[in-house]
Design a protein. Structure first.
Length: 162
């Protein structure tokens, strides 16, 4: 549940009918990323995206998401790409490198491609924090990312881009 006054004001996207979506999922922390994937797909379908137009691709971890996003974009088969991952802080600095490079890498890819790339990498201190953001019963971020993906398609359509 959101704290009072922090409600999310998500855009209401148009129908997703005919929209082709690549959902890229990191396998590391799969109990979290699978919940994000399921929520994202539910959100896409709820907004009219056809099941056959949702293509799920798996990569080992968040580190690999930027390369996977670039590869998916290069196919020119997708109208939007959603990258899902989860990096949980541990006892070493590994978190900083993986989370930082996933973020930096996805940002670089987003600026170099012509389709929207939605950042869906959770970076949390604990498993409990990740679960609170990913569990479909408690407000799944994957569902929010689906809405953001469709909203970015609307934005690009309005401003003359893809």
């Amino acid at each position: 549940m959101q704290p009072k006054g922090s409600e999310r004001h998500l855009p209401t996207p148009r129908s997703g009918a005919g929209v082709r979506v690549a959902v890229l999922v990191a396998r590391f922390n799969s109990s979290i990323t699978e919940e994000l994937r399921a929520g994202c797909i539910e959100g896409l379908i709820e907004h009219g995206v056809g099941q056959a137009d949702i293509h799920v691709g798996y990569v080992p971890g968040a580190w690999e998401l930027p390369q996977a996003a670039r590869t998916a974009a290069a196919t020119a088969r997708f109208d939007v790409i959603v990258a899902l991952g989860c990096v949980i802080r541990g006892e070493t600095s590994h978190f900083d490198y993986v989370a930082g490079e996933a973020s930096t890498g996805l940002g670089a890819v987003a600026r170099s491609i012509d389709v929207p790339l939605i950042f869906g990498v959770l970076t949390t201190d604990t498993v409990e924090q990740a679960e609170a953001r990913a569990t479909r019963a408690r407000g799944n971020k994957g569902r929010e990312l689906a809405v953001s993906a469709l909203a970015m398609i609307d934005f690009n359509a309005e401003f003359g881009s893809r």
